[in-house]
Design a protein. Structure first.
Length: 169
């Protein structure tokens, strides 16, 4: 029993001696607006209020970059780049013009078949009027879609080529 009591007693005495010999920090912390201090003189001059209960955690902020802001500069354009761009623009304009001609031809064909809302009836449509009505509605929708396509191609041509394409009606 003596062998257990001596080390325990020694440990308790050492802990008590350490607690008394450790320097006590000023345990009062004052709040001064948005900042905190443990300096009594500073707190008195600023009229700070003591913080009761709880601990104050201090979080270090990030350092400010003192190098300044670096602005990226645009790369210098090569002299051949504008010629390449002009060639690409001409190619895209030619493709758009071909698409426009195709879309206009398709619209003309659909308008001719639509015949002002009264297309000719095909074989089974003579006996089944619902099929005829469905085909007329599909033709009307196809004409509207084609006209929207043509308008989109014209807008794209105006954007790419700089010139406008006259509308054919």
């Amino acid at each position: 029993m003596k062998s257990i009591v001596v080390p325990v007693a020694t440990f308790v005495l050492a802990a008590a001696a350490h607690a008394q010999s450790a320097p006590k920090p000023d345990s009062t912390i004052w709040r001064c607006g948005n900042s905190y201090t443990n300096d009594a003189a500073e707190a008195k001059t600023k009229g700070c209020k003591p913080v009761e209960g709880g601990n104050v955690t201090i979080v270090q902020g990030t350092r400010v970059n003192t190098n300044g802001v670096k602005v990226a500069t645009a790369p210098q354009a090569r002299s051949g780049a504008s010629e390449d761009q002009k060639a690409r623009d001409a190619d895209s304009r030619a493709i758009l013009e071909a698409e426009l001609k195709k879309a206009e031809a398709k619209r003309e064909e659909l308008v001719k078949e639509y015949n002002n809302g009264e297309p000719e009836k095909l074989g089974p449509e003579h006996r089944n009027h619902a099929k005829y009505i469905e085909r007329v509605a599909n033709l009307k929708d196809s004409i509207a879609r084609t006209e929207n396509d043509i308008a989109g191609i014209r807008r794209e041509l105006a954007r790419v080529g700089g010139g406008t394409v006259p509308a054919k009606q």
